[in-house]
Design a binder for this molecule. Structure first.
Ligand code: GLY
Ligand code: MN
Ligand code: MN
Length: 430
């Protein structure tokens, strides 16, 4: 990743917030991610584990963090361990971070070599420490069949200290990460601005007979040109019926005159995500039927945007959307009010045309730390993304904005980006 230059005040505050919630006689330990091997001497692009980045700003492998807030030895309260200098590695892979740089990035005074991690931990764990807090990625819908470095790390620490108690940092970090600081909001806004630029370029360059991957190339060009590290998630550039496939990511089809094109794209900038969906006519002009369907989704989006306020919940947004979209679907002739009256409540008819939830938090992860039941508070950033997917007509529509919860109206991070039918058509026919 490119250098983030995020002020270390963010990471200092993040650590302080976590440490304030750790009990007496405890220590918390964290490991950085490791590179994922690909083949030969190749690795997939490195991405730091999000909690490790949140607490340190360090974007490198082979690093550890110890937080021991009440330790009588002051230098042990926060200790960062980084990979020791290796001449061969520096020759092949480039400059390595030194202790001074690590201290500047993280704001941690005590920086040591990662070779010393287990010795320092031993000193802390066996001196007045009862509980070792460890971190795993806890996300309700996440299933991982790969044994990650976090899993191996947890196993090893538990083997080393079988008679200690153990705690989980994930619930605390989930809670903290849901509320974005001013610095995090500003970075997310920058990420959204880059994604917005990429979408504007698409409005000018989408034409019948181009390929989805060629439009993806336009997006990637704008992302990199504007200092984003890449995509925050697999981009969806889906023409016609492909737009009805919720996680379509092949992006290898031709764009047909008369079809819609659904984008779900977002850059990652300084490790923070943006998440945008828009749907446009490939030839620059919506058909009457496409207009009807698009207007239905946009109307509902405007209505549910009002629910992004203090005290609101994701569940309330979902239920309201389903109720409103059901009415819109009746108007679109997809089923009748009589059909709805007779439907099996466990399998409502709208589900055929709208199968997903309408909102998630974004942040260091595109589906960010979450307690989905938690009422909204100022500082949360969530998506608003209703859609309709009519497979029999080859019409897939999703519209998605990212919204900051405030004490008043939500702030749309994609404010001013074409969303109305007339705005989209005007931008495509300049
Ligand atoms: N791009 C992933 C999502 O919208 O949830
Ligand atoms: Mn999205
Ligand atoms: Mn989303």
């Amino acid at each position: 990743m490119m250098k983030t230059n995020i002020p270390n005040s963010l990471f200092i505050r993040n650590r302080a917030n976590l440490m304030a919630r750790l009990p007496e006689k405890s220590v918390a330990v964290f490991t950085a991610n490791e590179p994922m091997p690909r083949n030969g001497d190749q690795f997939y692009p490195f991405r730091q584990q999000s909690d490790f980045f949140y607490l340190t700003g360090i974007d490198a492998e082979n690093a550890f963090l110890i937080l021991s807030p009440n330790n009588p030895t002051e230098q042990y309260r926060e200790v960062l361990f980084i990979e020791p200098y290796d001449e061969v590695k520096a020759t092949w892979q480039g400059e390595m971070m030194d202790n001074k740089q690590a201290k500047e990035i993280s704001g941690i005074e005590t920086v040591k070599s990662s070779d010393e991690f287990y010795a320092v931990l031993n000193d802390i764990a066996l001196t007045g420490c009862d509980t070792i807090f460890m971190n795993t990625y806890e996300y309700p819908k996440y299933e991982c069949n790969v044994e990650t470095i976090q899993h191996r790390f947890v196993k090893k620490i538990k083997e080393l200290y079988p008679l200690h108690q153990f705690g989980r940092t994930a619930p605390i970090l989930n809670e903290l990460r849901m509320i974005k600081s001013k610095e995090e909001f500003d970075i997310t806004q920058d990420a959204c601005n880059i994604t917005a630029k990429a979408f504007r370029r698409c409005l000018e360059t989408v034409k019948p007979n181009r390929y989805e991957y060629q439009i993806q190339a336009e997006i990637e060009y704008i992302f990199k040109l504007n200092n984003a590290s890449g995509h925050a998630y697999a981009p969806i550039v889906a023409g016609g019926k492909n737009g009805c496939c919720l996680h379509y990511s092949k992006n290898d089809d031709i764009l047909n005159d008369g079809d819609l094109l659904l984008f779900d794209i977002g850059c990652e900038y300084k490790n923070y995500s943006s998440d945008l969906s828009r749907t446009i006519p490939i030839n620059g002009k919506f058909t009457e039927r496409q207009k009807e369907c698009y207007s239905a989704v946009l109307r509902v989006m405007k209505e549910i945007t009002k629910l992004y306020k203090v005290g609101g919940t994701i569940n309330e947004i979902n239920q309201t959307t389903y109720r409103l979209m059901e009415q819109e679907m009746i108007k679109l002739g997809l089923f009748t009010a009589e059909d709805v009256a007779k439907q099996d409540p466990d399998h409502p008819l709208y589900r055929k045309y709208l199968m997903h939830g309408m909102s998630h938090h974004i942040g260091l992860d595109v589906h960010d730390s979450v307690d989905k039941y938690k009422p909204f508070q100022p500082g949360m950033i969530l998506t608003c993304e209703p859609g309709i997917y009519i497979r029999e007509e080859g019409i897939g529509i999703r519209i998605e904005n990212d919204l900051l919860i405030t004490e008043g109206e939500p702030v749309n991070l994609f404010e001013g980006l074409p969303i109305e039918i007339e705005e989209i058509e005007a931008a495509m026919n300049k």
